[in-house]
Design a protein around this ligand. Sequence first.
Ligand code: UFG
Length: 337
Amino acid sequence: MAADRILVTGGAGYIGSHTCKALSQAGYQPVVYDDLSNGHEGAVLWGPLVQGDVRDAERLTKAMSDNRIVGVIHFAGLIEVGRSMHRPDLYWDHNVNGVAAVLSAMRHTGVGRLIFSSTAAVYGTPSTSGLLQETDPLNPINPYGDSKLAGERMIAAHCAAFGLESVALRYFNASGADAEGQIGEAHNPETHLIPLAIEAALAGGRPLTVFGDDFATSDGFCVRDYIHVADLARAHVLALGLDRIDRGFEAMNLGRGVGASVVEVIKAVGAACGRPPVYEVGPRRAGDPPVLVADPSRAAARLGWRPEFDDLQTIIATAVAWRRNRRFGASILPNAA
Ligand code: UFG
């Protein structure tokens, strides 16, 4: 019997490519749909690539029918919290029109299940420092979070009206790389903490700027929940195979439920590299909430999902190994051409 074919928009990107590997290992056939604006052709290793813009409903429809697609995992979109504050136009356009085009193509081709790449940024600034639950208030504080929440709501409405089924996975901070070193994080420009801290620990590397040390946290630095990208990838496969989706739409947090401050990350990167990252403290970055840590119990109960990478040091070690042997993505310096 032929493997079920899954369209993976943004499948040439960081989380997308790890998910394609997990799909393939689980017996699915991923078909990547990506415009390669941020993704890498070298990361498309487990199935064909259809090049196209995620806002192009016609091209998506053709990709779904040509490839006899039975499910969609939608990653393609813009992901930087900081940049979304300066270019909200781009975030609303790509992230909201992208979802609309995917939904339209699914309706036209009769594809019934969608796994959506959502984010902890939908919670905004939590009112407590406790673990975030899916039922907590949704009040994004940046256009990135706004655009992702709009995507979730558009999907939920389509599920109710047209009988689609969807799971929105709210990622906390994706990190690390494939343990076999085939794929890893290769944004250009890179803006994320762990790859930049690794760069700052390398001889001649560019120093890291820490965005603020005066947050209301135990050491004054921002706290995030760093979750290994292979664990995120596995959750998508489990969501795709979920028997019944409650009222057609469910949202689930994907994190470890453990926070680490920016300085704790810097120390762990120093330990993994054998040399401390050079850093200076600068002003806060607009749009950064002080603490975001998941309560992952719903994903555990519904998907049987538990992170296999359960400590920060191991997660960071996989990112360092990838940086040392990276196979694609030449430059990761911020603002590199
Ligand atoms: N940080 C720095 N200096 C840097 C980069 C980051 O101090 O050069 C700090 C940030 O202020 C933040 C932490 O490191 O406190 C993590 O920042 P990242 O940019 O690595 O990640 P974000 O938390 O901003 O966002 C990431 C993804 C989003 C996702 C979010 C969920 O980019 O897509 O995690 O928490 F929604």
